[in-house]
Design a protein around this ligand. Structure first.
Ligand SMILES: NC(=O)c1ccc[n+]([C@@H]2O[C@H](COP(=O)([O-])OP(=O)(O)OC[C@H]3O[C@@H](n4cnc5c(N)ncnc54)[C@H](OP(=O)(O)O)[C@@H]3O)[C@@H](O)[C@H]2O)c1
Length: 218
């Protein structure tokens, strides 16, 4: 299947959380945030789940570094029922935005999102069919994609074998919490053998954090 090359990236605590139980996400330092923006700068698209849009209201643009790029990467929100708020920053005019929905998305909400300038991609019956979405994005010229979570979408992308690289910034902090969001949530794999296996490519300290870069082996 032809699909974009996918890099999953997150800033996480040493205990694997990407947001605390109150959804605080100020985890990694300034140097790491700049590193993330340098990855954003070299990809065609940046993708998040609707949970991340509702919790963080991210802009998903390249703005923390000086960039030669003329246009920001395309933003993609995985949002089965078109719950993206019309005032969300991800719909700003700074970059094109694709809202990926399922056939269960109410027509009225789609109309409002189109009016706000978003392109709608329909994949799947009740939930967004991710392999279908990856094919659609490839057909629209998207060859590389930065997956910025959250934990639910990360698991689905990994389970479908749609991730090529994983990079994390590990911050020197522990926050715990059963209700906190981890790097990979969802249903989870039953055994280690069924898990997604990685090969460490590169590791280095960056500011207060430590960066680990892996490629997905299987
Ligand atoms: N530290 C970091 O680097 C970092 C990065 C990103 C996010 N985060 C944090 O992560 C948290 C959000 O994570 P989250 O797990 O709650 O939400 P999420 O992964 O951002 O979004 C999950 C939602 O996406 C929708 N979705 C549609 N199709 C899907 C599919 N096939 N598979 C999976 N999801 C699908 C579902 O909602 P529908 O059924 O309504 O479509 C699902 O509930 C936020 O608090 C954010 O701050 C942290």
């Amino acid at each position: 299947m032809q699909r974009p090359y996918v890099i999953l990236n997150a800033g996480m605590t040493l205990d694997g959380k990407i947001a605390t139980r109150t959804r605080d996400t100020k985890i990694s330092g300034k140097e790491d945030l700049e590193r993330v923006h340098r990855i954003r700068e070299r990809v065609d698209a940046i993708m998040v789940g609707i949970g991340t849009v509702l919790d963080d209201d991210p802009r998903l643009t390249v703005h923390r570094i000086e960039s030669e790029r003329e246009r920001n990467p395309t933003r993609v929100v995985v949002d089965s029922r078109a719950r993206t708020p019309p005032g969300a920053r991800v719909l700003s005019e700074e970059a094109p935005t694709i809202i990926a929905v399922s056939r269960a998305a109410p027509e009225e909400r789609l109309r409002v999102l189109r009016e706000r300038g978003a392109s709608i991609v329909v994949c799947g019956e009740s939930r967004v069919d991710l392999p279908c979405l990856m094919r659609e994005l490839y057909e629209r010229g998207i060859r590389s994609l930065l997956l910025e979570g959250g934990g639910t979408l990360n698991f689905s992308m990994l389970r479908h074998g749609l991730v090529d690289e994983v990079s994390v910034a590990i911050a020197p902090v522990l926050v715990g919490g059963r209700e906190a969001v981890t790097l990979v949530d969802g249903e989870g794999f039953a055994t280690i053998e069924e898990g997604v296996h990685l090969r460490l490519k590169r590791y280095y300290p960056l500011g207060k954090d430590f960066i680990l870069e892996y490629e997905v082996v299987r």
